[in-house]
Design a protein around this ligand. Structure first.
Ligand SMILES: NC(=O)c1ccc[n+]([C@@H]2O[C@H](COP(=O)([O-])OP(=O)(O)OC[C@H]3O[C@@H](n4cnc5c(N)ncnc54)[C@H](OP(=O)(O)O)[C@@H]3O)[C@@H](O)[C@H]2O)c1
Length: 344
């Protein structure tokens, strides 16, 4: 087991103290992972260095994706981490199929490329990144639309899902899941799949708690993995609107953080893990990823504090997904099946 030094100099096995959650396959996934999407601001080399630094501190779960454009650099970092004494079995590596690779013939080659880049012979978890096959160039403006964009077509999504199931049969992938799904889409997937999604990766933070979807997922034995757990304070300008609220500046979060003498980010992370969602905060800064790790190891929040945070939900979605829209004059709400029907 890889050992890491705590700030007071004592060697403690931090990684084994990070809480884990059982997936439907029986595999245990650490509830804290390091996000790896930061390509608007940080280089692939900086992100790969953070993966290595975080592993040395006790992180074992890394949330990767082909579209983040840094899997090759992260692959070298993972190789060094394993050379340093962390076994493959201790690591939890997630990756995701990008939207331009949904076609049946593309799924296995896309996974093969990710495995090659990450220098792995299997992934712990492979997700369909978005339920839309709509391509847009990395970093494009939210007004950008693909000429061949489509709504969610369940028959096509299932063709992609079958290929993910095949990857499990082939032993390339241990668990499969989805991301950015809604209740109506999940109902269809659960009805038609042979292998149930192990997780749904979704936007979750105190100002966007998605209680109905969260409960649906939990009731179906699916693990919620929350992205933007801090409210993505450094997201690019294209993902900001005037209506967006700021979790880290919420008075309830600040008051609890002040009482404990910690950064508000730690409170967002503690709340998430105690609520039952895995979290994948991104940071390349050592002080931040250490603080995010400390958050899952320290004293739990009280019931009163948990209830206070439950009360600050503002239904404020930050990653609205405008680039996936398929018709003129649509609203981003059409992507999220708000009235319970899948928009066509
Ligand atoms: N499945 C999907 O569709 C999807 C979508 C979005 C994201 N994700 C995943 O979720 C991960 C996290 O999302 P995110 O990066 O958008 O949001 P986030 O984790 O909520 O925010 C990350 C930012 O918060 C700041 N930060 C991190 N730790 C901090 C701390 N302890 N104290 C103060 N500030 C702190 C950093 O800002 P500075 O760098 O400015 O210091 C960092 O860039 C991504 O990296 C990616 O892996 C998945």
């Amino acid at each position: 087991m890889f050992m890491s030094s705590s700030e007071n100099g004592a060697n403690v096995d931090v990684s084994s103290r990070v809480p884990c959650v059982n997936l439907s396959s029986g595999d245990r996934m650490p509830m804290l992972g390091l996000g790896t999407f930061g390509s608007d601001t940080y280089s692939s080399a900086q992100i790969a260095a953070a993966v290595e630094g975080a592993a040395a501190a006790g992180y074992r779960h890394f949330d990767c994706a082909a579209v983040y454009g840094n899997e090759a650099e992260i692959g070298y970092a993972l190789r060094r981490i394993m050379k340093g004494g962390v076994s493959r079995e201790e690591l939890w590596i997630t990756s995701k199929l990008w939207n331009d690779m949904h076609a049946e013939k593309n799924v296995i080659p896309a996974c093969e490329k990710t495995l090659k880049d990450l220098q792995l012979d299997h992934l712990d978890l492979y997700l369909i990144h978005w339920p839309f096959p709509n391509y847009h160039a990395p970093g494009c403006d939210v007004t950008s639309r693909s000429a061949s964009a489509q709504p969610y077509i369940h028959e096509n999504y299932m063709k992609t899902w079958r290929q993910l199931e095949k990857l499990v049969e082939m032993g390339w992938v241990r668990n499969i899941g989805c991301s950015n799904m809604t209740i109506p889409k999940l109902k269809l997937l659960l009805r038609d799949c042979a292998i149930k999604p192990a997780v749904n990766e979704m936007e979750l933070h105190p100002h966007f708690q998605q209680p109905e979807l969260f409960q649906f997922i939990v009731d179906h034995g699916i693990i919620p993995v929350g992205f933007c757990p801090l409210g993505s304070p450094s997201r690019p300008a294209r993902d900001r609107t005037d209506e967006d609220t700021v979790d880290l500046e919420d008075p309830v979060i600040i008051e609890i953080a002040d009482q404990r003498g910690v950064h508000p980010a730690e409170i967002c992370i503690k709340w998430a893990v105690q609520r039952g969602q895995a979290v994948i905060p991104f940071s390349v800064k050592r002080s931040q990823y250490l603080s995010n790790l400390r958050a899952v190891l320290s004293e739990p929040l009280s019931d009163v504090e948990m209830r206070a945070i439950a009360g600050i939900d503002k239904n404020c979605r930050l990653i609205k997904g405008q680039v996936f829209l398929w018709k003129e004059n649509q609203s981003w709400q059409d992507l999220w099946d708000i009235d319970g029907r899948i928009a066509q």
